[in-house]
Design a protein around this ligand. Structure first.
Ligand code: NI
Length: 152
């Protein structure tokens, strides 16, 4: 673990107020924790952008009565058998289904799979969430090793 560094940030007062309200709702105890998570989030996205192997989930919500939709979804998924590790399907109500695909593979392939699924007619909402094993990213563990921090 590397040394803990303090740095100052100049920021618009209104913006900081909104940020503080939001992070309080999310349960952060101080700004430092929230900012560290934002930076880590950003670094994860950058790592993905470099097209390293990523893991993630693709979530789609759709009306299963939409003509051809089930067939089209199955067809696309059969083109990504290497990337799809697991599929969870929930019948939410009479019309709507929720499907969550757990995916692992090259970033551009996983993105392509998500794009194709989400673009299908009848998909009401779709989202790809990516993460990595994070080997190159310092974890949150150990950040409090140097003692308490206060959000002054
Ligand atoms: Ni269903």
């Amino acid at each position: 673990m590397s040394e803990l560094i303090r740095f100052g940030v100049s920021i618009d007062g209104d913006l900081l107020e909104k940020f503080d309200k939001q992070i309080e709702k999310k349960g952060y105890k101080n700004r430092s924790e929230a900012i560290r998570d934002l930076i880590r989030d950003h670094l994860v996205e950058e790592e993905w952008a470099k097209d390293e192997e990523i893991v993630g989930t693709i979530t789609v919500v759709y009306d299963h009565h939409t003509p051809d939709l089930n067939q089209n979804m199955t067809h696309i998924q059969h083109s990504f058998t290497g990337e799809i590790k697991s599929v969870l399907h929930i019948h939410m109500d009479h019309h709507n289904c929720l499907e969550v695909l757990v995916v692992k593979g090259q970033g551009h392939l996983v993105q392509s799979l998500a794009d194709q699924l989400i673009a299908l007619r009848g998909i009401k909402h779709g989202k790809l969430t990516m993460t990595t094993t994070g080997e190159a990213i310092p974890s949150s563990a150990g950040h409090h090793a140097n003692g308490h921090e206060h959000s002054h």
